[in-house]
Design a protein around this ligand. Structure first.
Ligand SMILES: [Zn+2]
Ligand SMILES: [Zn+2]
Length: 131
């Protein structure tokens, strides 16, 4: 990934940038991500929250006790996740200004992957979330 990423929601009301080295870049196939982003998987880049700068209104909702889903209150775009215990923020790759720069490293929650989706990129696959 580049040293700085920028992006935002569909309507442009919620913008963000993140700087420095991300913790990882993964594609999550869990059912919660499917619901939250309205798609088969959630490609996301994970940063410590102090490397992420959000600008504009957003709302959050817990999808589990430890995970908040952040979205634009105007257009509903799913922009980030916030893991409360570790204070990590995952940016949705689909909301990037340059999504083609996303470089996934692994697939997680393969146990909940949709059967019509075939993964052929050779990346590591984890049945659940690796520790
Ligand atoms: Zn919006
Ligand atoms: Zn997930």
């Amino acid at each position: 990934m580049p040293s700085e990423i920028t992006g935002g929601c569909l309507c442009g009301g919620l913008r963000y940038r993140a700087a420095g080295t991300p913790l990882n870049a993964r594609i999550c196939h869990c059912r919660q991500c499917q619901k939250a982003v309205g798609a088969a998987f959630n490609a996301r880049i994970l940063y410590p929250s102090n490397q992420v700068y959000l600008e504009g209104p957003y709302k959050t909702r817990h999808s589990s006790a430890d995970l908040l889903r952040g979205f634009c209150p105007e257009c509903g775009t799913s922009v980030f996740t916030h893991r409360v215990s570790s204070d990590w923020i995952g940016i949705t790759a689909g909301s990037l200004d340059r999504p083609e720069e996303f470089k996934p490293e692994a697939h997680t929650w393969i146990s909940e992957k949709q059967p019509w989706l075939t993964i052929a990129d050779g990346l590591p696959q984890f049945q659940r979330m690796p520790s």
